[in-house]
Design a protein around this ligand. Sequence first.
Ligand SMILES: *Cc1c(COP(=O)(O)O)cnc(C)c1O
Length: 228
Amino acid sequence: MISENLKEINKNIEKACKNSGRSTDSVHLIAVSKTKPVEMLKEAYDLGCRIFGENRVQELTEKMPVLPADIKWHMIGHLQTNKIKYIIGKVDLIHSVDTLHLAEAIDKEAGKNNCIQDVLIEINVAGEDSKFGTADMDINKQLIKDVSALKNLNLKGLMTVAPYTDDPEDNRQYFKALKKLADDMREYFVSDPVLSMGMTGDYMVAIEEGATYVRVGTGLFGERNYNV
Ligand SMILES: *Cc1c(COP(=O)(O)O)cnc(C)c1O
């Protein structure tokens, strides 16, 4: 099942890249493996997946040591300051920096560990109450400036979780807005800003609007069951 799903996703990524005149090399698939057993991650790994996204620190640190060392782990979920120490320097990218307080705590922990941590700032483009981050662009711009000044962090770009919808076109406006914010603030990122946007329901639209990382869980591994 994972094999067919992955083929389909790669085909869709290619199609979306073609639609928007982008190179497929510019888009990276994050296999979102939260709640899924390591056997399934190993299967995806054997099929070529090298970036895995998890949203809970405990699950991430349990899976990490039992899977191949060349996997790049991405923390995509809300991060509590007291959990930073378990993942600092071990995860390739933290997508979910949503306050200066959290950024400063990551910076401090990175300093202690003599590492530079790559991070993204999470933007709540649609302003949903249920999501982390804010839709206030003045606050977001200030946050980008402040985080970019922290010396043990590399601010690589922005991330958003768009609203759940049946029609991916509904989210095009939010992906456009995230891209615009990144472009407006370009000078504050360490290199061309990366954009983490698009999930199972809307990753093709996200790619058309400039996503460099798409985070696909259900479309790759199937529905999640939180009751087991
Ligand atoms: C779970 C999750 C995803 C994947 O969602 P699907 O709809 O299953 O593809 C992507 N991003 C974040 C932040 C998530 O928590």
